[in-house]
Design a protein around this ligand. Sequence first.
Ligand code: FAD
Length: 288
Amino acid sequence: MVYDIAIIGTGPAGLEAAITAQIRKKSFILFGSKKSSVKVEKAHTILNYLGLPEITGAEMSKAFLNHAASMGVEITEEQITAVYAMGETFALQGAVNMYEAKTVILATGVVMEKPYPNEERLLGRGVSYCATCDAALYKGKTAVVIGSSSKEEEEADLLSEYAAKVYYIPLYKDEVHTKECIEVIREKPIDVIGDRQVEKLKTDQREIETDGVFILRDAVSPGQLVPGLETNGAHVAVNVDMSTSIPGCFAAGDIAGLPYQYIKAAGQGNTAVLSAVNYLNSKAHNNG
Ligand code: FAD
């Protein structure tokens, strides 16, 4: 199936885009987490979201998800690893499946961490961003998983079904609940070491020999997600209607730049999807 709109991200930007796409009766698919976003869930008390005074992040997350569910919005829990512009449509590479859509809305949030110095050079040579995609390549091998949030523990568990040895480095303070065979280490990753292929992970305490390093962040940088997209540092370069340098591709929320605010993210999600609808309608008009 070719969807009218593919929305990547289930924070306020992506969820708002999805409910508006539903109202505008467009076919769409929404990728992200059934828990919305860690950045919503983890916030203590939010004071500046209109109509929801003094709400906790957990309550806000529930309100967003209930609203979306009440309108029949479904969430596909699959990480999108790449989006390719193919002329008339976009191909979206998921961890498991490929998808196709006429327009794309990037609402993935922003990557705060800088990449490790050798990360991009060794990407695809032992550095991976997706355990579901690459676990099978690690049969009998050693892998290190760096997880930015507890949802990555499942990915480490999956990897342990193939690899002989898995280390898990949580970049968060909460207790870790991975399988017993996984060695959890609380060290700070510094860099990935290797000439043509990953050989070691350097931490603040030692060098760990490994065949692969899985760096699992909540989002990848926009330039990696959409090859050829014009970026502005960590952000996507956008116009006021949230269009980007690639026709049919829109961006909203933190990924589209400062300020990082819920209400701005939701507002941009709304603008992005309405612009996508206009784009689809004008294409249909020109073709008809
Ligand atoms: P996010 O909320 O980051 O959501 C992005 C979603 O996309 C995530 O679920 C992520 O897993 C998913 N995703 C990313 N990449 C992919 C992919 N490739 N495939 C599938 N899914 C993907 N703002 C305020 O206005 N007021 C506050 O009081 C406030 N407090 C905050 C407190 C904390 C602790 C933090 C961290 C932030 C706070 N913020 C606050 C900022 C606010 O959280 C962000 O501005 C907002 O969440 C951005 O929304 P978003 O939809 O752009 O992205």
